[in-house]
Design a protein around this ligand. Sequence first.
Ligand code: ADP
Ligand code: MG
Length: 563
Amino acid sequence: MSNLRFSELGLSAEILKAVDKMGFEEASPIQTAAIPPIMAGEDIVGLSSTGSGKTAAFAIPMVEKIDPKMRKVQVLVLCPTRELAVQVAEEVAKISLFKRGVQAVPIFGGQSYDRQFRALESGVQIVIGTPGRVIDHIERGTLRLDALKMLVLDEADRMLDMGFREDIERVLMQVPTEHQTLFFSATMPRQIEELIRKYSRNPKRIKIEAVAQNAPQVDQVYFEVERRSKIEVLTRIIDINDFRYGIVFCSTKLMVDELDEHLHARGYATERLHGDISQAQRTRVMDKFRRRGFEFLIATDVAARGLDVDDLEVVFNFDLPNDAEDYTHRIGRTGRAGKSGRAFTFVSGRELYSLQNMIRYGKLKIRREKIPSLDLVEEARENQFFEKLRTTLDAAEYRKQDRLIDRLLEQGYASTDIIAALIHVMHGGEGDKKSQPSPAEWVEPAGRKDGKKHEKFSSKPPKPAKQKQKYDRPARTGREAGFATLFFSAGRKQLVTPADIVGKIAGVTRLPAEVVGAIDIHQRHTLVDVRKDAAELIIEKVNGIRMRGDAVRVTMAEPGQMG
Ligand code: ADP
Ligand code: MG
């Protein structure tokens, strides 16, 4: 079935005007297929992938069918999270913009009851809420469903995943028998089938195959990456593509915390979301992310559930998702509404087999690529810098520096040399993350350790003398030739770990972890061996930064402090 125009769906002039104002040109496949039967009063089960426009598929006919003169709750929408409830309410508000008297309210846990009582008493026709809070209001008698015409279960699969089955059933049992039930979901687990059998009458099933729909175009790539190189590879990909807006999925809370800290230290604007983060903080982070208040959200699957953001440039599977379904759900957040998106998946070791299984059984289209080389990173940085300069020149958005330039020229310097020196100074200065000093040549090739060189590297400065596992070094400092010992004013008492030290140094200086040698943690201080030629930079960058909450002083260790 080809997509219809909204004007072919038998909708009122008010709705057509609103949809036009929302910028929708034609109905999406799920909208084309679901709107007419819902208008006709049928129960439906609508199955289509994330981002395919399910909200409007039920919200448009729902608004049409409401009697604006009757000030009673006529439609109840259940959503898995407060964020989704708010988003659905916003979409409903847009759709009903030109329909006088239609009112919708989101209700969810965490919001004050007073406010919700008032909203419910004011005669709203549409209530959009999370199952727990909805049940609460039903049982208090503050939400009456005797006039209910339509019940919508949005993201039914996610609600069941989140353990709302009992709450949902309690709601389903409370509603009057004469009503329309609509199920919307991206997947159809068995539990949903059971609910449908129990609580709906011979529903019309609409399934939009991912291929047939205006499928989000996501360019999908995977890399084989050694676990310890993942962060390096991640930042390379971000820098090469100059990504500014995306999600990085990790499998554990711990990994989320660690990655957040590392990326933050490297100058990326990141925030994190996982199960241990308070609801208030969660809402704050999500709002900020939607407003593009930072670049990368680091999250676990559970925490990112229900987060509906559009226009992500990129999704990273820093850790492999559990199955093809989770994979699809994750990457569905990029490349929405016809725009193309990117997805990168990291696999290390045996995970490759899991991924291959997912690709086979989930019919995924992910191609393997080689880890981008450092040359590419350099080239990309150079291009970005070039573009920046060119735009500045073209726009003439700079102050003429005639006096300074004349002085330099008078001294006999060539203009090309002056420019080269300037660029050098700029790159050595503070700058933003994209134009920081590039210790790129120093970085270990990410990937195999079998001795085969598969990337081109400059040989200077010489490779670090030791290739020890990062966090597993002898705790005897001051021994290794070519290393200097630094004094850090924090130790066991402050719960400092070798990982903190290496993480901070690598993060803030962007030098490879290998510049750090032995680490010797004492009660109130720590001695850290670092490569001599990196010592100054490390002191400059790390001195004064916070570690475990305290500002740490970093100096060259005096002979008396060692031993
Ligand atoms: P789903 O619930 O299926 O995950 P949404 O309803 O959240 O998807 O829609 C995803 C995005 O697509 C939203 O930004 C929405 O505004 C947009 N959208 C929905 N329908 C259309 C349409 N017919 N044309 C253009 N954009 C649409
Ligand atoms: Mg949805």
